[in-house]
Design a protein around this ligand. Structure first.
Ligand code: SAM
Length: 229
């Protein structure tokens, strides 16, 4: 199991009815069912071909009636309320589209591949309580970075502009290290872009603005980490 999948699984909590939306291979549902962490799991994918992979992996659980496969867009084909909904590996805009016209799930675990800010804004505007909001990484030499956002529908959370853009637990020091590496890589990329010839004034100004913000964030995080020692 890849470390991205393992990391997400570690945030899956016991549930009566679990749904894995955009399940593809179905590894996360297998984690839930093999450990008896849910009574029933729906595996859903918009692509029948993708769903077939999960159906093969979860055949035994399907045969005993604990796993129900559905070909559908988002939660549309799921006939009952789920108390834990996982949507991982999809774009943030797709996640927003899936959740925006239905009641927020009681508990959600979301791992957007991009546009995490849009997911945070949608959740907070709808009164979610966000309990986990951090960046994690996979791989050693060439790290890939992912965001994880988990919480419940009972909240009324408030977020600052920076928290919307960068993730709350990255900034408040709960989970600073992967994000710090990501910001340091971002700084290198911005410096490289600044050195390119024929850069227009407006592009230069916007890169410089982004670089300043990135450096401020790195500085604040390094201070937080130093103060902890
Ligand atoms: C990259 S895979 C992610 C698989 C798995 N959730 C993971 O995190 O490893 C994305 C899956 O989402 C499915 N998908 C995309 N849009 C969807 C939607 N609106 N509703 C359900 N499934 C969707 C795709 O068919 C694909 O199988």
């Amino acid at each position: 199991m890849k470390s991205r999948v393992r990391h997400i699984c570690s945030y899956l909590t016991p549930a009566r009815v679990f749904a894995d939306i955009g399940c593809d291979h179905g590894y996360m549902t297998k984690y839930m069912l093999d450990r008896g962490l849910c009574e029933r799991a729906y595996i859903s994918d918009i692509s029948a071909k993708s769903l077939a992979k999960a159906e093969t992996l979860l055949q035994e659980h399907i045969e005993r009636g604990a796993c129900i496969p559905v070909v559908a867009d988002g939660l549309r084909g799921i006939p009952e309320r789920c108390d834990l909904v996982l949507i991982a590996g999809l774009g943030g805009e797709e996640i927003v589209n899936i959740l925006q016209d239905i009641p927020l799930p009681t508990r959600f675990v979301l791992q957007p591949m991009k546009n995490s800010e849009k997911v945070r804004r949608m959740l907070v505007s709808r009164g979610a309580a966000i309990e986990v909001d951090h960046t994690f990484s996979e791989g050693e030499a060439r790290k890939k970075y992912y965001d994880l956002i988990c919480g419940t529908n009972a909240g009324g959370d408030k977020y600052s502009e920076l928290e919307f853009r960068y993730g709350r637990d990255n900034l408040n020091g709960k989970m600073p290290v992967p994000f710090l590496f990501q910001m340091e890589e971002e700084r290198e990329k911005l410096i490289e872009r600044l050195s390119r010839p024929a850069l227009g004034d407006r592009s230069r100004a916007s890169i410089l603005e982004k670089l300043n913000e990135t450096e401020e964030i790195i500085h604040d995080m390094q201070t937080t980490l130093r103060d902890r020692r």
